[in-house]
Design a protein around this ligand. Sequence first.
Ligand SMILES: C[S@@+](CC[C@H](N)C(=O)[O-])C[C@H]1O[C@@H](n2cnc3c(N)ncnc32)[C@H](O)[C@@H]1O
Length: 375
Amino acid sequence: MIETEKILKGFTTAEARWARFGPYYAMFPLEFAFDVVERFSKKGDYILDPFAGRCSSIYAGGVLGRNSLGIEINPVGWLYGKVKLKPADKEEVIDRLLEIYGRRNYYIRAFEQMPEFFRMCYCDEVLKFLLSARASLDWKNNNVDATLSSIILIYLHAKLGEGLSNQMRMTKSMGMNYSVKWWKKNKMNTPPEINPCEFIINKINWRYDKGKPSITESAVVFGDSANELKTISERAINNDIKFSLLFTSPPYCSITDYHADQWLRLWLLGGEANANSLKEKHKGRFINKLEYYDLLDNVFGLCSKMMKAKSTIYVRTDKREFTFKSTYDILQRHFPKHSVEIIEKPLTKDTKTQTKLFGDKSMKPGEVDIILNRQ
Ligand SMILES: C[S@@+](CC[C@H](N)C(=O)[O-])C[C@H]1O[C@@H](n2cnc3c(N)ncnc32)[C@H](O)[C@@H]1O
């Protein structure tokens, strides 16, 4: 905990600045992520998170000298994680920004056809810039483009004055119709006038002001854990690598649709301009209980093959009955020799959760930590 406090205090180190990179729904509080890593592993250990989100667990591991590996199916979370572990050089990111901005007027036809939502959300300069970025950035394969994309993603929507958009929540993209009606009702029909190039350069300068974080070799894989873990576990076994800490928070059954809730950011990455739920496996709200159970069973089963006999499994999940009971049963079955501790986290009206801090008034009914240990 002492090391955690030193590292995260204020924004005085590169590690603290990049730790906060990327607003995401249901993210771990940072102090919690660092604390779990510090308490349940030591330097040189391997850490695994199969539902990594914006990768705070993996980042904390890397900063604290552990080799860490995450997997994330949502491009937004994956990009935040990949970039904060290894941001590209600042000068290259700025050069690429200038290039993309310089080409904004090539997209005039696309710009003129954009639905009302986009014209009310962004001023003309910003929207043309975003269209240029959307058409050009190779965020999957090129680290400079990944870094620039993720910086734009962070500020794509936020409270008025804090991002590139008209008034919006930061962690969750609101629906098109809902937003248009809301802006009209609140007489906010006109988006803020912003020079996107100057705006993003200021953000880049701030983020890199203390340098880049120093990270022990760590990575985050883009994909579905239920598939990716098959090859990852084979490779780990072939290389004699065993993990000491499995630290994760799976999606909660029927609660959040990580793709629909990030539709605007996914649009910037090339997705459709709508908030519809994707029809692909593990990319919806996890409404089907059997599929949900199978996912957790599959993933924790594959993870169990990669863990040391003496290891810790730290899972934060939803207190609601189906999610909690399924997770608890599955974990006990795959780690039968571990002892189990349950820590309930009842939320009071005054508890400040990450989601509340970013403007979501809906209360989460509460979370629970399931900790399995064998030492
Ligand atoms: C509760 S969130 C994790 C939040 C994370 N602890 C953080 O601090 O940002 C669960 C994550 O699991 C991801 N996910 C869901 N199904 C997945 C799958 N099959 N493979 C990999 N990731 C998955 C979701 O996209 C979501 O980001």
